[in-house]
Design a protein around this ligand. Structure first.
Ligand code: CMC
Length: 431
C-alpha cells in the first residue's frame, strides 16, 4: 500500500526527509527540521495571503469551490435556506447539530431576552457625526460592549463564553439599527420581543409613529434567508481575523469588532455596496459592453464577481437571485436587476471571465434585494455582519476548544537592510 508520506530531498545537503501527510496536508513545522547546518533556522513555507495554508482543523463549514458547494455542519446551504430559520442555523453552527423544538425555543427566548443594550450606547452613538458610516459605528459600538461586560475577558470559562455569544447574537442587530437611525436623524426604536429575529430588526430600522410595527412577511422571510446565507463561510478574511484576535485571549467583543472591521473592506463584505454603485454607474444595458471592456483592460473590477475559493457559481448567489424576484413581487422591482442579469449573461459568455473562472458571488445580487427592501447602501455591509455574527462566534468557540491552537503568529522573510550603525541626524543624506 502507498505510504501517506512525502519524501523531500534537500539538494543543498543531499539529505532526505520523510514528512507525514494527514488530511491532504503536511505539518509546516516539519519543514523546520530541514536544515543545512545545526544553527540553521530551518525551512519555512512562503504563502502571502495564506492562499495554500490550512490554519486550523474545523468541523463547521465545508466549501467545495470547484463544484460550488457550501454546507454548514454537513447540511447543504440550499436546504437550510429553504427549510430553516436564522436562529436555528445559528444554533447549528454553534452546537454542531440542528436543535430539537425545545432547544430552539429556549435559544430563541434567550436571544430575545438579550436584545436591549445599555442606554449609554445611545449616547455614544449620538457622539458620532450625523453622516458617520454605520459600519464604523457598528465596529466601534461592538468593541465598546466589552466595557459593559468586563467578565467577558474570562475566555477560558465555557459558560461565560456562551453568555457572551448569546449577548452578541442578540445585540448586534440592535446596534446596527441604532447606527441607521442616527444616520437618518430618527429616534431609536427599542427591540420588540414579540417579533422574530429578522422581524424585530426591521422594526428597529423602520418603525415610525405606528404603535406596533408589522413586518411584511415576504421581506421578513427574505431577510432571514439572507442572514442564513451569510452565517458562515469558513476561514475567510474576517473569520480568520476573529480567530487571530481571539487567539490572544482577547474578549469576544474586541475580537468580533476586529472581524467586522475586516469585513468592511470592499474586497470582502463591502462588495455588495460597491455592486450597487457599479450598476448605477453603468446606468443602462447598452453601456455594459463598454464597462466590461474597462474591466478586461484592468481599469476596474467587476464587483460581485470572483472568489478566492469558488471557481464556479457561488451557491449563495443562486439562492439570492431567486429570492430577489420574490421580494420584487412583494415590494416592487429594483430596476437595476435587469442591468445585473445582463452583466452576468455577458460576463459568463466572455473568455476573460471563463478563463479565470469568475462567477457571481454572494454580493452580486444581495444589494439589489436590500435596496428593494428600503435598506440604504451604507447599511448593506452592516447586514452582512449581522448574518455572519454566529459564524464568527462558532469559529471563535471552536478555536477555544482546540488544543492545537496557540496565539497566532505568522513568520516573515526579512529582506530589509542588514545590521548597520545608527547615523546622527546631522550626518544623514536624503534619499
Ligand atoms: N473583476 C475582474 N477581474 C477579476 C475579478 C473581478 N471581480 N476578480 C478577479 N479577477 C481577475 C484578477 O485580475 C486576476 O486576473 P490575472 O490572472 O489576469 O491577474 C484573476 O482574476 C485572479 O484573481 P485574483 O485577484 O488573483 O483572485 P483572488 O482570489 O485574490 O481575489 C476576490 C478574490 C474576491 C478578492 C476578487 O475576485 C475580487 O476582487 N472580486 C471583486 C470583489 C468582490 O466581489 N468581493 C466579494 C467576495 S465574496 C464575499 C466576501 O468574501 O465577502
Amino acid at each position: 500500500m502507498a505510504k501517506e508520506t512525502l519524501t523531500i530531498i534537500d539538494n543543498r545537503t543531499g539529505k532526505s526527509y520523510e514528512i507525514p501527510i494527514t488530511h491532504g496536508t503536511i505539518p509546516a513545522m516539519k519543514l523546520r527540521e530541514i536544515k543545512v547546518s545545526e544553527d540553521d533556522f530551518g525551512l519555512m513555507s512562503y504563502d502571502p495571503a495564506y492562499q495554500n495554508t490550512a490554519s486550523t482543523i474545523s468541523r463547521i463549514t465545508y466549501i467545495d469551490g470547484e463544484r460550488g458547494i457550501l454546507e454548514y455542519r454537513g447540511y447543504p446551504i440550499e436546504e437550510l435556506a429553504e427549510h430553516s430559520t436564522f436562529l436555528e442555523v445559528a444554533w447549528l453552527l454553534l452546537n454542531g447539530e440542528l436543535p430539537t423544538k425545545e432547544e430552539l425555543e429556549s435559544f430563541q427566548r434567550e436571544v430575545t431576552l438579550h436584545t436591549m443594550v445599555h442606554e449609554n450606547m445611545r449616547e455614544f452613538i449620538e457622539g458620532f457625526r450625523y453622516d458617520a458610516h454605520p459600519m464604523g459605528i457598528l465596529i466601534s459600538t461592538i468593541a465598546a460592549l466589552s466595557t459593559f461586560y468586563p467578565e467577558a475577558k474570562n475566555v477560558s470559562d465555557p459558560a461565560n463564553r456562551r453568555l457572551q455569544i448569546i449577548r452578541l447574537i442578540a445585540k448586534v442587530p440592535t446596534l446596527a439599527a441604532y447606527a441607521y437611525r442616527h444616520r437618518r436623524g430618527l429616534p431609536i426604536v427599542y427591540p420588540d420581543n414579540d417579533l422574530s429575529y429578522a422581524g424585530n430588526f426591521l422594526n428597529m430600522m423602520f418603525k415610525m409613529t405606528e404603535l406596533k410595527y408589522k413586518p411584511n412577511p415576504v421581506v421578513e422571510r427574505a431577510l432571514d434567508v439572507l442572514f442564513i446565507l451569510h452565517a458562515d463561510h469558513e476561514q475567510n478574511c474576517s473569520t480568520s481575523t476573529m480567530r487571530i484576535v481571539g487567539s490572544s485571549k482577547a474578549d469576544p467583543y474586541s475580537a468580533l469588532a476586529a472581524a467586522a472591521a475586516a469585513l468592511s473592506g470592499p474586497l470582502h463584505g463591502g462588495a455588495n455596496e460597491q455592486v450597487i454603485h457599479m450598476l448605477r454607474q453603468i446606468g443602462s444595458k447598452d453601456r455594459i459592453p463598454e464597462f466590461i471592456k474597462k474591466v478586461k483592460a484592468g481599469e476596474t473590477k467587476l464587483m460581485g464577481f470572483g472568489h478566492r475559493v469558488y471557481k464556479n457559481y457561488d451557491p449563495r448567489a443562486k439562492v439570492i437571485k431567486r429570492l430577489a424576484y420574490e421580494v420584487f413581487d412583494a415590494v416592487g422591482k429594483n430596476p437595476l436587476i435587469d442591468i445585473a442579469v445582463e452583466v452576468e449573461r455577458i460576463a459568463l459568455e466572455d473568455d476573460y471571465f471563463i478563463k479565470r473562472k469568475l462567477y457571481p458571488n454572494v454580493d452580486f445580487y444581495s444589494g439589489l434585494i436590500y435596496e428593494a427592501m428600503g435598506i440604504p447602501l451604507d447599511m448593506m455591509t452592516v447586514l452582512f455582519a449581522i448574518g455572519r455574527t454566529p459564524g464568527w462566534l462558532a469559529q471563535w468557540e471552536e478555536m477555544h476548544n482546540d488544543p492545537e491552537q496557540k496565539i497566532a503568529r505568522p513568520r516573515q522573510v526579512y529582506l530589509g537592510p542588514a545590521r548597520r550603525p545608527f547615523v546622527p541626524i546631522g550626518e544623514r543624506k536624503k534619499g
